[in-house]
Design a binder for this molecule. Structure first.
Ligand code: 5GP
Length: 172
């Protein structure tokens, strides 16, 4: 079994830096509540916030909508944020938008909390698999329909520690 590299460590570093600069510009003079969607986005989130020159309040959510390699269509909140986001700028940070179910459901949930704004940053987006309407405000990389691992993304709990995004080409 091998895990061919799809996006290198250096490509990720450059792109995350660019996104950080863009977000810093867009929210200049404002505060930002960054909500990382666990577990997959934790590496991206950690790198991205260090590229922000803004007052950041970091929160995490844990949701599950996925088993094996197929979305189930069920979103369960395992861990919720611990702050009131009413009147605040919220930036949801995802690892990957696949069918779009997770993030479209989370966006709706956050819009109901009366924030000042809700935007979405995602490391990866697989347009070939999209089923739910999603507005991505900050996208690092659009990819083909591969099951990917590394840089926070797992296959059955493994490979999150890889410093690059690789293609999982083993049995799924
Ligand atoms: P969606 O709700 O958009 O279908 O799925 C989003 C979630 O499915 C992601 O947050 C991620 O946890 C998981 N996912 C979707 N595609 C992949 C993939 O290629 N690799 C990994 N590791 N997880 C994926």
């Amino acid at each position: 079994m091998s895990y061919p590299e799809l996006i290198s460590r250096e490509e990720i570093r450059k792109r995350v830096e660019e996104l950080g600069q863009q977000i810093t510009k867009d929210y200049a003079g404002e505060e930002l509540v960054v909500v990382g969607v666990l577990k997959g986005s934790f590496v991206f989130c950690a790198d991205l916030i260090r590229e922000l020159n803004l007052p950041v309040h970091l929160e995490f959510m844990s949701v599950s909508s996925y088993e094996g390699t197929e979305s189930t269509g069920n979103l369960k909140i395992n861990l919720d944020i611990s702050t009131n986001v009413e009147g605040k700028n919220v930036l949801l940070v995802e690892d990957i938008v696949d069918t779009g179910f997770t993030i479209s459901t989370l966006s709706k949930l956050f819009k109901n909390k009366n924030p000042k704004s809700v935007k979405l940053a995602t490391l990866l987006y697989k347009p070939a698999r999209l089923e739910h309407k999603v507005d991505i405000d900050y996208l690092a990389f659009e990819i083909e329909d591969h099951f990917v691992i590394g840089y926070g993304l797992d296959f059955n709990g493994r490979f999150r520690e890889l410093p690059y995004v690789g293609i999982y080409d083993g049995e799924v």
